[in-house]
Design a binder for this molecule. Structure first.
Ligand SMILES: [Zn+2]
Ligand SMILES: [Zn+2]
Length: 201
């Protein structure tokens, strides 16, 4: 009768261990792996770490190659991710205020999806001037998120991307009020236009 071994020496760590600590392998004499389970675990972990480093290095190389071959593409991608981050930043800021002041609003993920494309057009929806993302101080051509009808809050279809100047002019006035002011302003200017004293546009 064949003698059944209770222990086995691992070929890797050279420690004598119970046969339970070795994995089954059909093509060996004793039907067990030559290395213990622990050694195999360590080896696969190390392999995983190596692969991970390799894939990181590969993607780094790829993006470096792309930056050389397609500088515009890389610039645009960086630009887009910066722009999208800025949108999220502005949106969070608006919604924090909305929460504090009990202004109606959709959740930020929904609003973000709704605004993303409009934001990346870099164009005021009212005057169609180009919008520039500057530093934290708003200028006339900085983008802003506008509530078309302020009372309706930050909800889909009631928000738009307009320039800071248009937003400042629009403020909380209704279109009727704007019309009233425009008509009055036009009427008053007519007087001077007729006198031909100044060149008014
Ligand atoms: Zn071992
Ligand atoms: Zn504008």
């Amino acid at each position: 009768m064949e003698e059944v071994k209770e222990t086995k020496i691992c070929s890797k760590c050279s420690i004598e261990k119970s046969v339970d600590e070795f994995g089954v392998r059909k093509d060996t004499k004793d039907g067990l792996n030559s290395c213990c389970k622990e050694c195999i675990r360590i080896r696969s972990k190390m392999q995983y770490a190596k692969d991970l480093l390799k894939s990181r290095e590969l993607s780094r190389l790829r993006s470096r190659k792309r930056a050389i071959n397609y500088p515009d593409y890389t610039k645009q991608r960086k630009r887009n991710s910066y722009d999208n981050n800025r949108l999220m930043f502005v949106l969070k800021n608006r919604l924090n205020i909305a929460k504090k002041e009990n202004i109606l609003h959709d959740n930020k993920e929904i609003l973000y999806e709704y605004l993303k494309d409009r934001w990346n057009r870099h164009e005021c929806e009212i005057c169609h001037k180009r919008l520039i993302l500057g530093d934290k101080f708003s200028k006339d051509n900085s983008p802003s998120i506008d509530r078309i009808v302020p009372e309706l809050g930050y909800v889909i279809d009631n928000i738009s991307i307009i320039c800071h100047r248009c937003n400042r002019i629009k403020n909380d006035a209704t279109w009727q009020e704007h019309l009233m002011i425009s008509n009055w302003q036009k009427e008053k200017e007519e007087i001077f236009r007729n006198r031909n004293v100044v060149n008014l546009t």
